[in-house]
Design a protein around this ligand. Structure first.
Ligand code: ADP
Ligand code: LRH
Length: 488
């Protein structure tokens, strides 16, 4: 009994196949591809047709490998969208959330609806690239295309539409738009009306586990795949990642660690309070009616971009070098606030980090090891702050932190995280997102009873590595105080 999962992250995409046998889920990678944004003049786009091409290459490979899956699911990153015209054709190239068109839009929007009212209505954190601000920006700069459009499809909805020909919005991803309300569990009419945005574009909603269509004849002809069903999963990648956390007890704290770091806990109802608003926490819809109370932390984007700079300069840095390069640098030499806005889309990440250190009167990191150590220690300290805030918001104490995602291959970061929080880190699985995607399909197909059983299956099937905190707790506590002075 096998299922397929497309998991597209901001840095790469993959097609995974999962086979459920004897209560274990065996996962294999069928195809992996880069996700490289494309800049045209000042605009930054996703190469959506390239992604679609790679998805079909993946399906062909699955057929050639002899796999006979019973269903497919797709998840991607949040907030970005494409528009379809009346003929169902894509209108233009979807923008990347790091495109500059939303700069200043969010702050201006508060003149129409206050920050407090938007948070009360949506429970969603304020990020300048939320779909709401992208739409307001498009309304101002490109109203013709919005008028011409018949349907707005979020990224996973769009790629699912390419697979099935059907237009639906999936709930977990819809919640990230800041145009969806947990009060009504649908698109927020009051926000669309207040900003004079066309709610007519928004498609009907599906929940994870719903059937979302069947592969089109065009796809089956081109790839050789049978016309199998496509099932809506937690199509926001973070929703799928959280679904796959192999926690034995609830509630638990998680960190989905990839391009972004998403740290928080599951809650039954959104935590929409003055405190969560002040700390800019979010309440994104999770699978099976749960909510994900969490906070975005800039994440390994800081490292990815630094590595891109070094690559460009002909001095590539490899993960294999990480241990040695970092080990020779003195701890806590210079710290940064990973969430400083200057790190969202700098032209040169290395220079941005150096400038931050200079501006805050700290030693300026020069070597690759110094830069990497600054990034990793600062991330670990940011995790501690967000973990403690999560605990205060829900009134729980967590025994440790579950980490999932590609970033857990960074053992230095996992160990530093355990040191920073003074509690164990349980790291695994790497492909948590793809696995969470499959679990929802398997529940929908009646092969797994519920999410609890699904998480037990992950714990049985995947390697989870425990990182115990080191004995240098005092040094980390002193560094944490310095970090708090820097960021608060
Ligand atoms: P996304 O879904 O956002 O594209 P992933 O979950 O695939 O992200 O994780 C990507 C991150 O994983 C990269 O930013 C990189 O820092 C980290 N990573 C990938 N491979 C390794 C490795 N071999 N060693 C250490 N870190 C790694
Ligand atoms: C992680 C993620 C995150 C969003 C960001 C845009 O991949 O989906 O949850 O905030 O991308």
């Amino acid at each position: 009994m096998t299922v397929l999962a497309f998991d597209l992250g901001a840095s790469s995409g993959r097609l995974l196949v999962g086979a459920l046998t004897d209560g274990c889920l065996v996962v294999k990678e069928v195809h992996r591809f880069d996700n490289t944004p494309v800049r045209v003049h000042d605009a930054l786009h996703w190469d959506v047709l390239k992604l679609w091409h790679e998805m079909k290459v993946g399906l062909k490979k699955a057929v050639d490998g002899g796999w006979k899956p019973e269903s497919i699911g797709i998840d991607t990153w949040a907030v970005d969208y494409g528009l379809l015209d009346r003929q169902g054709q894509l209108l233009g190239h979807p923008f990347h959330y790091r495109d500059q068109r939303t700069k200043a839009v969010m702050d201006n929007a508060f003149q129409t609806v206050s920050r407090e009212d938007i948070f009360m209505e949506t429970g969603i954190q304020f990020l300048e690239f939320n779909t709401l601000y992208q739409l307001i920006s498009q309304q101002q700069s490109d109203p013709e295309r919005l008028e011409q459009a018949k349907t707005l499809l979020m990224m996973p909805d769009l790629l699912r539409y390419f697979l099935t020909g059907e237009t639906f919005a999936e709930r977990t991803n819809a919640s990230t738009t800041q145009c969806w309300s947990p009060k009504t569990e649908t698109w927020s009419k009051s926000l669309f009306d207040a900003f004079d945005l066309p709610i007519r574009l928004m498609p009907p909603l599906l929940a994870p586990g719903d059937k979302a269509g069947t592969l089109t004849a065009a796809v089956t002809e081109e790839t050789g795949m049978d016309p199998i069903p496509v099932i809506a999963v937690g199509e926001h990648d973070t929703a799928s990642a959280v679904a796959a956390v192999p926690a034995k007890d609830t509630p638990f704290a998680y960190l989905s660690c990839g391009t972004w770091s998403l740290l928080g806990t599951e809650v039954e109802t959104p935590v929409i309070t003055e405190q969560s608003a002040t700390w800019n926490f979010t309440n994104e819809a999770g699978v099976y009616g749960s909510y994900r109370l969490l906070k975005n932390i800039m994440g390994l984007w800081l490292l990815q971009e630094s590595m891109r700079v070094w690559e460009r300069e002909g001095k590539p840095f490899s993960f294999e070098k990480m241990n040695n390069e970092v080990a020779v640098v003195a701890p806590f030499r210079s710290l940064i606030d990973p969430d400083d806005p200057r790190f969202l889309k700098p032209a040169n990440m290395v220079q941005a980090i150096q400038q931050y250190c200079a501006d805050t009167n700290q030693p300026v990191p020069a070597t690759q090891g110094e830069i990497v150590r600054t990034i990793l220690e600062s991330l670990a300290l940011a995790y501690r702050r967000t973990l403690e805030r999560t605990e205060q918001l829900v009134g729980n104490t967590f025994q440790g932190l579950h980490m999932v995602g590609g970033g857990i291959q960074n053992k230095v970061l996992c160990q530093m995280t355990a040191n920073a929080i003074g509690r164990p880190v349980w790291a695994g699985p790497i492909e948590g997102t793809g696995i969470g995607n499959m679990l929802v399909q398997l529940i929908a197909l009646g092969r797994i009873e519920d999410l609890q059983e699904a998480r037990r299956i992950v714990a049985r099937s995947e390697t989870v590595t425990t990182y115990e905190p080191s004995k240098e707790a005092d040094a980390w506590t002193i560094a944490y105080k310095r970090f708090l002075q820097l960021v608060d």
